[in-house]
Design a protein around this ligand. Sequence first.
Ligand code: COA
Ligand code: ZN
Length: 308
Amino acid sequence: MTDTAIVREVGLRDGLQLVKEMLATGTKLEWCRLQAATGFTEFEVTSFVPPSVIPQFADAADVLEGAQKIDGIRPSVLVPNLKGGQIALDRGAEKIAFVLSASEEHNLSNVRKSTDASLAEFSELVAARAERGLENQVELSCAIATSFGCSIQGEVPEARVYDIAEQLADLGADELNIADTVGYANPLQVRHIFTELEACVGDVPLAAHFHDTRAMGLANVVAAVEAGVRRFDASLGGLGGCPFAPGATGNIATEDCVYLLESIGLGTGIDVSALLEVREKLDDWLPGERVEGRLMNAKPAKTYRPAA
Ligand code: COA
Ligand code: ZN
């Protein structure tokens, strides 16, 4: 296999959501800068949410502004509603990741409205971008959380996921990020759902967002690769989790994900050894925080050959 994949670092957003201690703005930007130097171009750097809901992101505007000054990267921001999207547009975000859930109950818990109401807000965000004449400058991605099951509602009908994806594609989403928010997905389900989605969203690119809650994360990455997916979210040291989904734990670890993709011939442009040096710094930045990931301890195999 000779091909490429994009790994988007979401540690500064998903990774920090459950971290109680505030990471200083300067440290967030140092993390971003150091990791950018290992070859990353895509980062989700923060979330435009009320500080009363997630205090960790009270510095969202400053983090975005600082990240915008780092050469060679395109920082994206998560927004949970139209208001957050408007703030992100006003702050010059180049990529905005709107989030809604396929699970009605998770959507209510997470953003306090129905999924249909969130879809309507996404549509208003597309219109707000157009009003500002930013169609060609700002990418609007939409994450469909709990696409593989929900820790509140349980089963999420796959037909609902396809229905939402089709609506989002029709509304003008530039990317759909299919998320296993609570680590319920298995590889067969992943291959099936991504294959079906490709048929119903035309040429809108699909990204995958996996949590490793039940040790299925990297197996799910391989299944998604087999279904044609080439965009993956991951979090350094496997930090992460949604504060509004019971039992949520960390994302797949970035370093393990990059190592996997490179090993199977998908070039990421990322230097794994340099990335492990940044990973080591996480222990200083977030002392006492539970950090996951296997490669950090094991180190790359002697036989490891990055993709060409
Ligand atoms: N950023 C900043 N302020 C915001 C905001 C945003 N994205 N959205 C709403 N607000 C403000 C409103 O202006 C209003 O302020 P006011 O009281 O001064 O008038 C206040 O917050 C309440 O607004 P409302 O629209 O009623 O929000 P809500 O109470 O229904 O909460 C969300 C909705 C989406 C803001 C809230 O559920 C939320 O932040 N969820 C975060 C979900 C998340 O990040 N999950 C993890 C990632 S998946
Ligand atoms: Zn997540």
